[in-house]
Design a protein around this ligand. Sequence first.
Ligand SMILES: [Zn+2]
Length: 290
Amino acid sequence: MRLTIVGCSGSMSGPGSTASSYLVQADDAAGRTWSVLLDLGPGSFGALMNYMEPRALDALFFSHLHPDHMADVTSLQVFLRYHPEGEVGPVRTVGPVDTAERIGAVCWLTPEEVSRQFAVERYTPRQMLTVGPLRITPIPMNHPVPAFGLRIEGPGADGGTVTLAYTGDTDACTEAADLADGVDLLLSEASFQEGREDVRGIHLTGLRAGQLAAGLGDVADGVPDVDPEPAPGAPASANDGGGVPARTAVGRLVLTHLPPWTDPGVILAEAASAFAGPVEIARAGAVVDL
Ligand SMILES: [Zn+2]
């Protein structure tokens, strides 16, 4: 499984990167490469062309529908519909409630026009979706709008199974701890800075992202359980009943979604104060083979 950071600037595009977009790819047993794009923030469609032919995209997953995570769907729609070599679509597109409506609004399209390029599905919390060899489980997060983190399992370079978790946008919560529990790579947002933004229920700080990576992600005081009805058969949360969190630290932490006004060194130091494992700041164009 391969992660390519197409764009990682938080909340807006920045001088060194487009807004949020991440490409996850894996080969199946027959050698076919499957490509799933997580989010499509402003500017990221053009950057995506550095890594793949956009018409070969197998699926598009939106963590949520804030514009900094989806607005360049306008570029993808035009590319798929009007490419001189022929119209392509619909592409499997998965997101929270109202995904088709939001695409229609930002692209100024009728529902029929949206459906020509986008076959839209809505997440069911914790219900796994399969794209080729990738198994993707959406878990509701703690953000002001419906938002999901994505836990992705796929084939590893050594023939085993590897796991990647992408938080999308979230503050700390039990569900984020479920998402991150023991993954090989945690791609965690870290938009806020300790002592600078005190508002809760929107974003992680570097410190809270580090705590999440360390297996302490549900030690957030007063943060409600935003997923009161897990899907049938879903494992009970480790802290249900008020017990001590019992999570496994992640293998590696990549901090992303830092706004352009933030000093990455401060966020990195916050995270490293809570998480002893490998931690780095996301960089546009970086490729991680798992
Ligand atoms: Zn957001």
